[in-house]
Design a protein around this ligand. Structure first.
Ligand code: SF4
Ligand code: SF4
Ligand code: SF4
Length: 579
C-alpha cells in the first residue's frame, strides 16, 4: 500500500494514499470536530465544522473530505480555524430553536457541546427563521425541524436501510428534512427502525417518549405493573451512565426497575426461548408438510414492516411466531394473570426494548392473546435511562439483583438474541439436539457470528447439510429477498433477518454515542461480545432446556404449536401499500 507522510499539528504520521485529513488526524491522535460527517455513510463536507489549515490548499478546507498529499502540514486549531468554526456555529444557531433546558438531547447534543467549547454567542445573527410543525404522526418518533441543522445524517442512514422515506425538501433557507410531498411520516413506508434517531446529532429526531404513561401506571394503585427487558438492554444501558461500551449491567438494571416501583421485573429472554421452540417446531412442520420455505424469522418488527411494504407477496416466508416481546406479553396477560388471580385488564405490561419499531408493534392487530393488548407500553433503553435519572437512582452504585421468577429465567441461547446471528444460532442448538436425539456439547455456531450485513453458512444437522443465511439491516434483507425472488439459488432453508444493522444491540432505541465514537468504536461488535460472554458462562445454553419453557408446556400449553400455543403465541401479517 502506498503511504503518504504528513504532519498534523507538528505530529508526523504516515497514512495510506487517498486518506483524508480527518483520517490522518485521527491516526495522529488529534480529534477534529465534525457534525455532518459519518464514516463511510455521510462524507459530504457540508457543515464546515471540520475546517483546518493545510499547506498547498487555498483557504480553509474541510478535513472530512480533503485528501492529504505527501509532505502536507496541517494545523487543526489556529485562531483562524477557531473563528471560522465559531461563526459557523453562530450561523447554525441563527435558525435553531434553542430550548436546551427541556430538550431530550441536552447534555448529549453534539451541537450544544461544540457551542460550549467554542464560546458562541447564541444570538450573534438574527433574521429569517422558518417555523415548523412537529411531526408526531407515527408511534415511534418525533421530528422537530426547528432543531434540525441539515447535516443529512438521517437521510444517509434511511437510504442505507433501503427505505429512503426522508430527504431534503425545498431549497435555500427553506430547505427542510421531510418526506416526499411533505407527507407525514405515518403516511410513508417508514419501517420504524429508529436508526435516524440514533445518529441525529441534535434533538431534531427523538424517539416518541412514553415514559409519562409508565409513571402514571406506576402511580395507579389499581394497576399491577409488570416490566420485561429485551436481551440486548443489559449490554447497553450502562452507556447512559458513563460505563464503558460493552458493560453487562443486568443486575443493576433489574435493581433499578425494582426501585422504580414495578411489581414484577421479568426477562424477555424467557420468551426468546419460547420463540425458539415454537419457531423450530414450525420449521419442522413446514419441511414435513411442504410449507413455504425458506422460513424467515419474525422477531424484528422493523424487518416485518419492511417485508410488508417492500415484499408484500412474500409474507408466507415469515414465521407466524410473535416476537419475544409479544410472546412475553401474551404469557404475562394469560398464564401469569391466571396464576396470580389478576384480571388481565388490571395488568399494565411494559417492555424495555432496543428498538423504536416495538412501539409500532404493540399496536398491531392480532397481538392480544387475552383480548387486551399483549404489551401496553414499549419504551427504549434511552427512555428507561431517563426514568432512572428522574428517580434519582445512582445507577452505577446499585447492587446486582435477579429477575423475578418464573418469568425471569433465561438461557444462553436467549441472551444472544440481541446480536445478529443469535436467533439462528439458538435455533440450530435446539434443532441439532432434537434431530440427533442427543444432548450435543459442540453448540457454538461461530460462522453465524460477527457484524457483517449478510452471513451464510452450511451447517450439518443430524447428517444433513442445511444452508442458512443471516441478514441484519434492511439493505441486507433486500439482498436476501431478491435472491428468493430469483428462485433461492443458494438453497437456503432457514433465514434470520433483523431490521437494524448488527441486530438489536444496534437498535434505533439504544444509547446514543457521539459520531466520533461511532466512527472509531465498533459498537455492534463490542456490545454483542457482552452477550456472547454471558452465554458462554451460563449453565443452560439451549432454549428447549429452559425451565420456564418446560413449565409452560407442562402447565399451560397443549404442546409445541398446539391450538392454545398457536392462539396465544402466533400472529399474522398484512401486505402494505407504499404510497
Ligand atoms: S438540539 Fe441541542 S442545542 Fe438544540 S435545543 Fe436541543 S440540546 Fe439545545
Ligand atoms: S425510522 Fe428508519 S425507516 Fe423511518 S425514517 Fe428513520 S431511518 Fe428511515
Ligand atoms: S433531523 Fe437530525 S440527522 Fe437529520 S438532518 Fe436534521 S439534524 Fe441532521
Amino acid at each position: 500500500m502506498e503511504m503518504v507522510n504528513v504532519k498534523i499539528n507538528g505530529i508526523a504520521v504516515s497514512v495510506p494514499k487517498g486518506s483524508t485529513i480527518l483520517e490522518a488526524a485521527r491516526a495522529a491522535g488529534v480529534e477534529i470536530p465534525t457534525l455532518c460527517f459519518m464514516k463511510e455513510k455521510n462524507e459530504i463536507g457540508a457543515c464546515r465544522i471540520c475546517v483546518v489549515e493545510a499547506t498547498g490548499a487555498r483557504g480553509l478546507v474541510t478535513a472530512c473530505v480533503y485528501p492529504v498529499t505527501e509532505g502536507m502540514e496541517v494545523q487543526t486549531n489556529t485562531a483562524k480555524v477557531q473563528e471560522a468554526r465559531k461563526t459557523t456555529l453562530e450561523l447554525i444557531l441563527s435558525t435553531h430553536e434553542k430550548k436546551c433546558l427541556s430538550c431530550k438531547r441536552s447534555t448529549n447534543c453534539e451541537l450544544q457541546k461544540l457551542c460550549l467549547e467554542y464560546g458562541v454567542d447564541e444570538d450573534a445573527f438574527a433574521g429569517y427563521k422558518p417555523q415548523y410543525e412537529l411531526d408526531c404522526s407515527s408511534p415511534h418518533l418525533v421530528r422537530d425541524n426547528n432543531k434540525c441543522i441539515l447535516c443529512r445524517r438521517c437521510i444517509a442512514v434511511c437510504n442505507e436501510q433501503y427505505v429512503s422515506v426522508i430527504g431534503a425538501n425545498n431549497r435555500g433557507i427553506d430547505t427542510a428534512v421531510g418526506s416526499p410531498f411533505n407527507a407525514e411520516l405515518k403516511d410513508t413506508p417508514c419501517i420504524s427502525c429508529g436508526q435516524c434517531t440514533a445518529v441525529c446529532p441534535t434533538g431534531a429526531l427523538t424517539e416518541k417518549d412514553d415514559t409519562d404513561k409508565v409513571w402514571a401506571a406506576l402511580a395507579d394503585p389499581s394497576k399491577h405493573v409488570v416490566v420485561q427487558t429485551a436481551p440486548s438492554i443489559r449490554a447497553t444501558l450502562g452507556e447512559c451512565f458513563g460505563m464503558p461500551v460493552g458493560t453487562n449491567v443486568e443486575g443493576k438494571m433489574v435493581a433499578s426497575l425494582r426501585r422504580l416501583g414495578f411489581d414484577k421485573v421479568f426477562d424477555t429472554d424467557f420468551a426468546a426461548d419460547l420463540t425458539i421452540v415454537e419457531e423450530a417446531n414450525e420449521l419442522v412442520e413446514r419441511i414435513k408438510n411442504g410449507g413455504t420455505l425458506p422460513m424467515i424469522t419474525s422477531c424484528s418488527p422493523g424487518w416485518v414492516k419492511f417485508c410488508e411494504y417492500y415484499y408484500p407477496d412474500m409474507l408466507a416466508h415469515l414465521s407466524s411466531c410473535k416476537s419475544p416481546q409479544q410472546m412475553a406479553g401474551a404469557v404475562i396477560k394469560t398464564y401469569y394473570a391466571q396464576k396470580m388471580g389478576i384480571d388481565p385488564k388490571d395488568i399494565v405490561s411494559v417492555s424495555v426494548m432496543p428498538c423504536t419499531a416495538k412501539k409500532f408493534e404493540i399496536g398491531r392487530d392480532d397481538q392480544s392473546a387475552a383480548g387486551v393488548p399483549d404489551v401496553d407500553i414499549a419504551i427504549t433503553t434511552r427512555e428507561l435511562a431517563r426514568m432512572i435519572q428522574r428517580a434519582g437512582l445512582n445507577f452505577t452504585a446499585l447492587p446486582d439483583e435477579e429477575f423475578d421468577n418464573p418469568l425471569g429465567e433465561d438461557t444462553g441461547a436467549a441472551v444472544i438474541f440481541g446480536a445478529t446471528g443469535g436467533v439462528m444460532e439458538a435455533a440450530l442448538r435446539t434443532a441439532n439436539d432434537w434431530l440427533t436425539g442427543k444432548d450435543n456439547t459442540d453448540i457454538d455456531f461461530t460462522a453465524l457470528r460477527g457484524t457483517m450485513g449478510l452471513k451464510q453458512a452450511s451447517v450439518n444437522i443430524a447428517g444433513n447439510e442445511i444452508k442458512v443465511a443471516v441478514a441484519s439491516g434492511a439493505a441486507a434483507a433486500k439482498v436476501v429477498m431478491d435472491q428468493l425472488k430469483a428462485g433461492n439459488p443458494a438453497g437456503w432453508t432457514f433465514i434470520e433477518i433483523m431490521g437494524c444493522p448488527g441486530g438489536c444491540v444496534n437498535g434505533g432505541g439504544q444509547p446514543i454515542q457521539p459520531q466520533s465514537v461511532r466512527d472509531t468504536v465498533d459498537l455492534k461488535a463490542v456490545r454483542a461480545k457482552a452477550l456472547y460472554d454471558q452465554d458462554a458462562a451460563m449453565a443452560i445454553r439451549k432454549s428447549h432446556e429452559s425451565p420456564v419453557v418446560k413449565k409452560l408446556y407442562e402447565e399451560w400449553y397443549d404442546g409445541f404449536g398446539g391450538h392454545k400455543a398457536h392462539h396465544d403465541l402466533h400472529t399474522s401479517y398484512v401486505p402494505r401499500k407504499k404510497y
